[in-house]
Design a protein around this ligand. Structure first.
Ligand SMILES: [Zn+2]
Ligand SMILES: [Zn+2]
Ligand SMILES: [Zn+2]
Length: 371
């Protein structure tokens, strides 16, 4: 019993074990979820080791600031047609060979970016945090040395890690165009259109204006086009809203004439406790129009704007009504007969009727029926 107590005490005083190692390495084949890929982690580790330990490496790659990376000509040549030509060229120049060792240069990007790039050629792996730092340089390398699957990884990385900001988007956009990375360039273009005001004041934009005037003109044109598109979108939305309101007014008109509205009446009566308010927002306004029309002295001849409005509402209803013979809306049949007699079916009315019906049927409502 004492021994058990002692064990428990020891358990409490022991420090917690460190967390289990988390894989910080990304494997391209794992993210692809391909059912035909059966490359094991051990195999990938072997390829990583071959790169790290430079076992029988026969190529030295010179990078900026005196960096040297060792690699295997057969791996580089198989992975990249560009590197293969470079190595073949070196081989043909006998004077540049020292023993079996060949040397090439990859400059213009940080050494660490070249390391990520070369390691990817071995095992298709990279460290997330290092890629985060050098994704743009690796993108350039993957384009220059024709490694399309790494280019896609870089694009994904830049798009998914929210690495693009108003300050760097112009530079990334230009690089994406140069490196033929369509998803990235499309994203950057949309980003520029969305935040043009703040982006046009950045250093990146100023530099681009000096060095790439054609691109600047193209972007400015697309900003104007986008502005026109946006305005047109707003105009169409407002237009549709008006047609929807007219449609609802037509429904309310039938509701008043057919059922009689329960919640509004001659004295604008107050709702009883258990009474549900009318679902038609236009009811009250229509009721007021009817009441005004009944008592107005100027209703004939279109002199009163309120009476004229009610007249138009009634005519619109008549043009939309499916069966005027059984309709209870005032003047519905009269309007229809008058149109037939005079053979008048104005184009403006036709367009209005079509748009009202469309505005509702697009939004999934049942077909219009105003009887
Ligand atoms: Zn009502
Ligand atoms: Zn009036
Ligand atoms: Zn009718």
């Amino acid at each position: 019993m004492d021994r058990r107590k002692e064990e428990c005490r020891q358990e409490r005083t022991l420090p917690k074990p460190p967390p289990l190692p988390v894989a910080s390495t990304t494997y391209l084949y794992e993210t692809r979820k391909s059912p035909h890929c059966s490359i094991s982690t051990a195999t990938k580790n072997t390829w990583d080791c071959l790169f790290d330990e430079t076992y029988r490496a026969d190529v030295s790659i010179s990078t900026d600031n005196g960096g040297i990376i060792y690699a295997h000509a057969s791996i580089l040549g198989m992975a990249s047609p560009v590197l293969r030509s470079m190595l073949n060229l070196k081989e043909s120049r006998v004077h540049s060979c020292r023993g079996h060792q060949r040397s090439i240069s990859i400059r213009g990007v940080p050494t660490e970016a070249v390391q990520i790039f070369i390691r990817f050629l071995y095992s298709s792996c990279y460290e997330e945090d290092k890629m985060q730092e050098h994704a743009l340089s690796v993108l350039v390398l993957s384009h220059a040395y024709a490694i399309p699957h790494l280019k896609r990884q870089c694009e994904l990385h830049l798009l998914e890690r929210a690495s693009i900001t108003t300050d760097n988007v112009v530079d990334i956009f230009q690089l994406a165009l140069l490196c033929d990375a369509p998803r990235l360039s499309l994203f950057c273009h949309r980003f520029v259109l969305k935040h043009f005001k703040s982006i046009s004041g950045t250093q990146g934009w100023e530099a681009m204006k000096q060095s790439h005037t054609i691109l600047e003109k193209q972007i400015l044109k697309s900003v104007i086009d986008e502005d026109i598109r946006e305005k047109e979108k707003v105009r169409k939305m407002n237009e549709k809203k008006v047609y929807m309101q007219l449609y609802e007014a037509m429904e309310a008109l039938v509701h008043i004439c057919k059922d009689g509205c329960q919640t509004i009446g001659s004295d604008d009566k107050v709702l009883k406790k258990d009474q549900i308010p009318c679902k038609y927002a236009a009811c009250k306004e229509l009721e007021l129009l009817f009441r005004h029309f009944a008592g107005c002295d100027m209703r004939v001849g279109g002199r009163c704007k309120h009476c004229k409005r009610l007249w138009q509402v009634l005519e619109l209803h008549s043009r939309l009504c499916a069966d005027s013979d059984i309709c209870r809306v005032p003047l519905c049949r009269n309007f229809k007969q008058r149109r037939r007699r005079r053979n008048m079916d104005g184009i403006k009315w036709k367009i209005l009727v079509r748009n009202i019906v469309r505005s509702k049927s697009i939004s999934g409502a049942p077909f219009f029926s105003l009887i």
